[in-house]
Design a protein. Structure first.
Length: 533
């Protein structure tokens, strides 16, 4: 066999082995990165689903509060007035409020009175379990509560799940002493879950309790705490979807069901497609490099190839896809280096796009809360190092639920996109960051900007939005779509939550003062009691 043939065979073997090592390393590193990002996204979705479920349970307290501080209820618990029971504790009142059951317990935890309505059978709902003082669940619901305290959670009676909230019965000032406890139950059925699914846009259902994952579970989430349960969720990974199971617990801490969420594995599917495209391009480049290397036999060529291999191993080991190989000579190895950099650029771009997609709100194209949480430490360091001001504007579209109900969710989404455009127009500097928290709530982060400067930005946004003249016939603030805004400056010990909370306090003050205005914290103090939209 001639030298040329031996050289061809040797180069084919060397380049084949080199290409296999490089691509296998890239494939293993990138695939694990895709899997990790995908699992983290799925965990975040599950947490968001659980929080939405818990918030829906907590919303029962909105009606419960009115009953708990009602003077007539307070007097009824002291006197047992039969006229009050006949007038107000009726099945019709419970049915109209869309609650399943209302009960009151005296200060000794004994049932004082109850009323229920079964919407499916259209008849009174009687729950003897909750009237039996020997039943642990009845004792838990009738247990004393401090004035102003609220206790919400889940209970299960026979096969029916209920969302539950209870409060101490006090006078109209919300002061003590308490004269018993009032409890409201709402049935958890298809309508309840449908609202959560619409809100989160996640595929979820409630099924029977499942076995708890052990401590050595290889595919479990971090512990998730909520008023409706606690613990880790077990994940089942299929080729196309993840399925998560998280245990629901009642007020006694007993397992009463499983919240199951199914989410598609879109990130890993995209990653596999990208790796296949990368593999085809990589094979082409290696083949071209092997043909060119037939011309080169000296030690300098071998040295440069070894240096290229070491650089690629280093990039894969560090997983820093922004790094590039450094051979820029105008020859065959330089060509191989350039093509390899194209591959690394493609991988870097795809990783960047995946990262960006997790930082962007899908509806408006603005940054999202995750972007704010990751950016906040950097902004805080700049503020502390350079003694620069940092301000935040909280925006809430006025009466937006009424807008959605009146015009429909399609026009509601379009209105939110217009609000996002107005935010971009009002944030004039490149460092200004408008973002969407969720629903009709938005923020503008303003580095190196005083509170007065932030107020000017907020007023400019109001003018821009007003000039759009988006009709809102259901608004209590005017004939057109408007927003209430709160402004605050950074404090040395701020966290992302406390920073947003103070801006929200100012925004709620703007709501309370008539909406469609700007208020500044600490001048703005939130109104006492009530809620605003």
């Amino acid at each position: 066999m001639g030298l040329r043939a031996k050289l061809i065979i040797a180069l084919l073997l060397v380049f084949g082995a080199l290409g296999l090592v490089i691509f296998t390393t890239i494939q293993a590193r990138v695939a694990s990165s895709y899997d990790r990002i995908e699992f983290d996204e799925a965990q975040a979705d599950l947490t968001r689903l659980i929080n939405a479920f818990a918030d829906s349970v907590q919303q029962i307290d909105d009606a419960l509060l009115e009953w708990a501080v009602w003077t007539e209820m307070y007097d009824f618990m002291r006197s047992g007035d039969a006229r009050f029971r006949a007038s107000y504790l009726s099945p019709e009142g419970i049915a109209q409020a869309r609650y399943a059951w209302l009960g009151v317990y005296d200060v000794q935890g004994r049932m004082f009175g109850s009323i229920g309505h079964d919407p499916e059978r259209r008849q009174p709902l009687v729950l003897p379990t909750l009237e039996d003082p020997a039943n642990p669940l009845a004792r838990a619901l009738g247990a004393p509560l401090a004035p102003g305290a609220v206790h919400c959670g889940l209970i299960k009676i026979e096969a029916q799940l209920f969302a539950m909230c209870r409060r101490a019965i006090v006078d109209s000032r919300g002061a003590g002493p308490a004269h018993g406890v009032i409890v409201i139950l709402k049935a958890i059925g298809p309508d309840f879950m449908a609202r959560i699914i619409r809100q989160t846009k996640l595929d979820a259902q409630i099924c029977a309790p499942q076995p708890q994952p052990d401590q050595a579970c290889a595919l479990c989430t971090h512990p998730i705490q909520a008023s409706i349960g606690s613990g880790r969720a077990h994940a089942y990974r299929g080729p196309e979807t993840y399925v998560f199971h998280w245990q629901l617990r009642d007020v006694l801490g007993q397992d009463i069901g499983t919240l199951a969420m199914t989410t598609p594995r879109s990130i890993s599917q995209q990653g596999r497609r990208s790796l296949n495209e990368t593999a085809r391009l990589f094979v082409i480049i290696l083949g071209a490099g092997a043909l060119l290397m037939l011309q080169v036999v000296d030690r300098l060529v071998v040295h440069r190839v070894s240096r290229l291999a070491r650089a690629l191993h280093g990039i894969c080991g560090e997983k820093d896809w922004a790094l590039r190989t450094a051979d820029a000579q105008q020859d065959e190895i330089g060509e191989l280096s350039a093509r390899t950099n194209e591959l690394l650029g493609l991988i870097e771009q795809q990783m960047h796009e995946l990262q960006e997609s997790s930082h962007t709100d899908a509806l408006t194209g603005l940054a999202n809360r995750r972007r704010f949480d990751e950016l906040f430490p950097k902004l805080m360091r700049q503020h502390q190092r350079n003694v620069q001001p940092l301000s935040l504007v909280a925006i809430d579209v006025d009466c937006f639920k009424d807008y959605n109900d009146g015009y429909g969710h399609v026009l509601g989404d379009e209105a939110l996109r217009v609000v996002a455009e107005c935010l971009r127009e009002s944030a004039l500097r490149a460092v200004d960051l408008p973002l969407r928290l969720g629903g009709e709530e938005f923020l503008i982060v303003l580095p190196d900007c005083t509170v007065e400067g932030a107020r000017a930005v907020a007023e400019r946004f109001r003018e821009i939005l007003r000039d759009r003249r988006i009709e809102h016939a259901f608004s209590q603030a005017g004939p057109y779509l408007s927003a209430s805004l709160g402004v605050c400056g950074i404090q040395p010990d701020d966290t992302p939550e406390s920073f947003i909370t103070r801006a929200d306090m100012a925004m709620y003050r703007a709501k309370a003062l008539g909406r469609d205005r700007v208020e500044i914290y600490p001048d703005a103090v939130p109104p006492a009691g009530g809620s605003v939209a």
